[in-house]
Design a protein around this ligand. Structure first.
Ligand code: SAH
Length: 299
């Protein structure tokens, strides 16, 4: 049987919520693991995660990141090689439907139990390795932000599409051209599967790309659920992806990172809305100015 290089993270004070305003170490660990080649995260108990990596290099990168993060001293980390026991599917099997405003995100096994209300948009999402099942606060904040906009007839760029949940939501909210972009081929495979589970909306296409390389057609609405660090370091690229006067939704930002992200974008945007959940933060901006580093943009 094949095995997976894994780290077992044991968190302090199992089941105890962190003090007010302090991020949950699980959220910090999620942010730290972002962008690494992770096959799955299994949660055998409240206090432990088994993080399975695609290869030893990815595991080593995680060890390096945790060793540089002062907060991570509070978690106990051990290295293991875990046998493949279809853990990815089993770990997600207990997930149920999630509702954000008028949108219900449901795994296929809960779809039948989710009563389709007349004014509800139901999206069927097969939970997979990456984020995007709707069970993460950062995704829910994006779903809330998208519903503040009138997307009918508009175009949307979903940067870091993961499961495609936000792209598919945008199409159901009326957008007529939606591009979901991701660097991770597994995410794109899952996004395409989810498109078929939702009737293959003709408005939606998924593209393999690192948005920081540029070359994406600008859209009037850009949603990027990444990390605060990556967002703050990618101001020109994100502004170039957005038409002047367009909307920019940023998520994946911890409370600690919020000020740095705000400071990085402030000269170029006006904040229209800010959402918070579980010490995560998201912004809805209108783009008011380009950066001097930006090339001429399409109208
Ligand atoms: N949009 C989904 C998934 C967010 S998880 C949701 O809101 O739930 C973040 C995703 O961004 C991951 O799938 C990751 O592979 C992708 N990603 C990370 N860095 C990226 C980059 N530089 N360019 C494109 N995609 C990236």
């Amino acid at each position: 049987m094949r095995t997976w290089p894994a780290l077992v993270l044991t968190f302090p004070q199992p089941g105890t919520p962190p003090p007010d305003g302090e991020p949950d170490p699980r959220d910090l660990a999620s942010a730290e693991l972002d962008g690494l080649d992770i096959a799955a995260i299994v949660e055998p108990s409240d206090s432990a995660w088994q993080v399975c990596f695609q290869d030893d290099g990815a595991r080593q990168s995680a060890v390096d990141r945790f060793s540089r993060a002062p907060w991570a001293a509070a978690i106990h980390i051990t290295s293991q090689d875990l046998p493949d026991e279809d853990w990815a599917r089993r770990s997600q099997a207990s997930l149920g439907a999630v509702t954000v405003g008028a949108i219900v995100v449901t795994p296929p096994w809960d779809a039948a139990a989710t009563a389709p209300a007349a004014d509800c948009i139901t999206l069927t999402i097969e939970p997979a390795m990456g984020f995007g099942s709707g069970h993460h606060a950062t995704t829910r904040l994006c779903l809330a932000a998208l519903q503040r906009l009138d997307l009918r007839g508009g175009d949307v760029l979903d940067i870091g599409t993961g499961s495609g949940v936000l792209a598919l939501a945008a199409a159901r909210l009326g957008a007529t051209r939606v591009i979901g972009v991701d660097v991770d081929p597994d995410a794109l495979e899952n996004a395409r599967l989810n498109a078929t589970l939702n009737g293959s909306p003709p408005a939606v296409a998924f593209v393999a790309a690192d948005f920081r390389q540029g070359g994406l057609d600008p859209a009037s609405v850009v949603v990027a659920n990444l990390t605060g660090g990556m967002l703050a370091a990618s101001v020109p690229e994100l502004l170039q992806a957005c038409r002047p006067g367009g909307w920019l939704i940023l998520s994946g930002i911890t409370a600690e990172e919020a000020e740095a992200v705000t400071a990085a974008f402030r000269p170029h945007v006006a904040e229209e809305w800010r959402g918070t959940e579980d010490a995560w933060c998201a912004f809805l901006y209108t783009v008011t100015a380009t950066t001097s580093a930006s090339p001429a943009r399409l109208s």
